[in-house]
Design a protein around this ligand. Structure first.
Ligand SMILES: NC(=O)c1ccc[n+]([C@@H]2O[C@H](COP(=O)([O-])OP(=O)(O)OC[C@H]3O[C@@H](n4cnc5c(N)ncnc54)[C@H](OP(=O)(O)O)[C@@H]3O)[C@@H](O)[C@H]2O)c1
Length: 357
């Protein structure tokens, strides 16, 4: 069956982009997936290899691609927020500039995140006051420079210029499958638990007291994929920003022992000291290589799977963080995903794919 919905996923190999590709391919879209190294293994995906920071090459790579819907699920990590703003706004500006003369784009969806409300990593809680939770879309921007704001502004300016509609999507921590991407808490914890099992170390909570006891939520990569597809094709969702989380709240003090039990390791909770995962895993690269050989695992490089710096930032926050979903619900998006199953589904998939023992 032919389709008139042509998606360009920008960042198609990422944790959000690759799960979005799977969702759109299963629901009758034509799908182009752009990255410097786009996925080659997704049945039906048209890979587009290009660097968003090289406009001439980008234009050439997209010469025959005429998308109706553009999904921007990309970022590049820089040392300072000023650099984040410079580079990450260019990613958005460049892709929309290359597509502009084609005149085919009807809708652009941009994925940012809860740092919209929290401030950038290097400014968590540094404004002096903790942001109000649960986060709601109408909360005003913080008075702190933020690359998400710069990316949004690029989308708004291009929408004005080219006449497309837009949607902005703000997930919490994404739980889902991706290999070699920048931030992946689910796989980080799976690898960490596998190392604990191998060595007999306890599965030690790495974060803050506020995160251990407080309420939290996460975003299953399959759930944000469904919201992106919904917003791109729903009249009432046009030109709106949306939070996106699973829909349940949990406390890490409840979830942590359950994750440990899945692996058959001993859980150790918050005991008055923050014990960052980055330090806990600092010497594990050789051990992982040995485990990869012993259990025939497909990715022997620990740093391609685990991003403890990011897990530490999320779980080390000085406040509880959770997200209001009323706006999407009111407009008709009702997808719900129990969080425990988000983790267990991922762990099972990682085991099936021989990424963990
Ligand atoms: N992961 C999370 O837990 C999480 C949580 C909340 C919000 N977010 C936000 O969601 C957005 C998307 O993040 P993500 O985690 O999905 O990213 P990701 O998994 O790290 O993927 C980034 C994608 O962008 C591509 N890319 C990077 N630089 C590129 C360039 N110069 N040219 C072309 N493609 C490039 C990457 O592929 P190549 O490297 O092959 O180019 C990859 O496909 C970000 O704003 C992030 O802050 C993420």
């Amino acid at each position: 069956m032919s389709t008139n919905k042509i998606a360009l996923i920008v960042g198609a190999s990422g944790i959000i982009g690759s799960n979005l590709a799977t969702e759109l391919l299963a629901t009758n879209w034509t799908v182009y997936g752009l990255a410097r190294r786009p996925p080659q293994h997704l049945d039906g995906l048209h890979p587009v290899a290009a660097d968003l920071l090289e406009p001439a090459a980008l234009e050439a790579a997209l010469a025959d691609v005429n998308p109706t819907h553009v999904f921007i699920t990309t970022w590049m990590r820089q040392d300072t927020e000023a650099e984040n703003i410079r580079v990450n706004s260019a990613l958005v500006r460049n892709i929309l500039a290359v597509l502009s003369p084609k005149g085919t784009v009807q809708h652009v969806a941009l994925v940012t995140g809860l740092k919209h409300y929290l401030g950038p990593f290097d400014a968590y809680a540094k404004s002096g006051t903790l942001p109000a939770t649960p986060f709601r879309e109408e909360q005003p921007r913080l008075d702190i420079a933020n690359f998400y704001y710069a990316q949004e502004d690029e989308v708004y300016a291009a929408a004005e210029r080219d006449g497309f509609t837009w949607s902005i999507h703000r997930p919490h921590t994404i739980i889902g499958k991706a290999v070699g991407n920048l931030m992946n808490m689910g796989t980080t914890l799976a690898v960490y638990a596998s190392i604990c099992k191998e060595t007999g170390r306890p599965f030690q909570w790495p974060g803050s007291e506020a995160q251990w006891h407080g309420l939290s939520d996460v975003t299953d990569a399959r759930v944000i994929a469904k919201q992106l597809a919904w917003a791109a094709t729903t009249e009432a969702a046009r030109n709106e920003a949306f939070n996106i989380v699973n829909g349940d709240y949990f406390r890490w003090s409840w979830l942590w022992p359950r994750l440990a039990a899945w692996f058959g390791v001993e859980a150790a909770g918050y005991d008055g000291t923050v014990r960052p995962l980055e330090a806990q895993m600092a010497d594990d690269a050789d051990l992982w290589r040995t485990m990869a050989a012993r259990y025939q695992l497909t990715v022997p490089e620990l740093d391609k799977l685990a991003s403890p710096w990011h897990t530490d930032l999320d779980l080390g926050r000085p406040l509880e963080v959770m997200t209001d979903m009323s706006k999407s619900r009111k407009l008709g998006f009702h997808v719900y995903q129990p969080t425990e199953a988000s983790f267990f589904d991922l762990f099972a998939q990682l085991r099936d794919d021989q990424i963990i023992p």
